[in-house]
Ligand binder design. Sequence first.
Ligand code: PGA
Length: 248
Amino acid sequence: MKPLIIANWKCNPPAPKGAKLLFGQVKKGMKKIKNTEVVICPPFVYIPFFISQSDRSNLALGAQDVFWKEGPFTGEVSGKMLKSLGCKYVIVGHSERRVLGETNETINKKIKSCFNAKLVPIFCVGESLEERKAGKAPLIIKNQIKEGLRGISRKAVGNLIIAYEPIWAIGTGQFCDFDEAMTMGLLIRKNLADIYNQKVAKNIRVIYGGSVKADNVLGYIKEANMDGVLAGGASMDGREFIALLGNF
Ligand code: PGA
């Protein structure tokens, strides 16, 4: 399977001009790149600019969050809205949202709402530095997976993507070494196998995120055995992102 490269623009760029420029750079650079599946996740407000330009083959669009209901919920955006716009993916449970109050319970509702709207959730899990130092990383990941996927059927979960994103590696330049990323990827699959079964666990894509750059991306795919990466900082710089994709 082609590696899945997800771009998380977070709350950037500050105006449409910059967003259009960045997207244009990626589109242009991608003409030469065939061996990856790319998903761009811009802020909600920019998604409509790019829908008609994202082709079906190897460039798709995703959102950075979703709400599980429609109606009197000021400021929220539902899965149905994103789907009707043409989005295919949604990042759910990013640590930058968890620190703002997102819980495993709300993440579970969001993942279910993605499946209801036929969107693919990119479910982020990961431990903080304190948790890692205290030896609690495996337990934290286990609970995030167990609670985040509560009540989700074997059939539905096949479409899930899990992103292992150690919080201490996000935006810090302090990336997780490949052996460690591989260990955590195996742990995620073991947890999935315990909840579902080996076959289901094997087919779920597990990707890595946290200070991924053009010069370390291959290690995550080849050495850490990840199915793809989620890039933040590197995806907001057109040249760096194209160089990252150019590894494949
Ligand atoms: P980073 O962000 O690549 O800037 O570390 C990754 C992420 O937040 O998903």
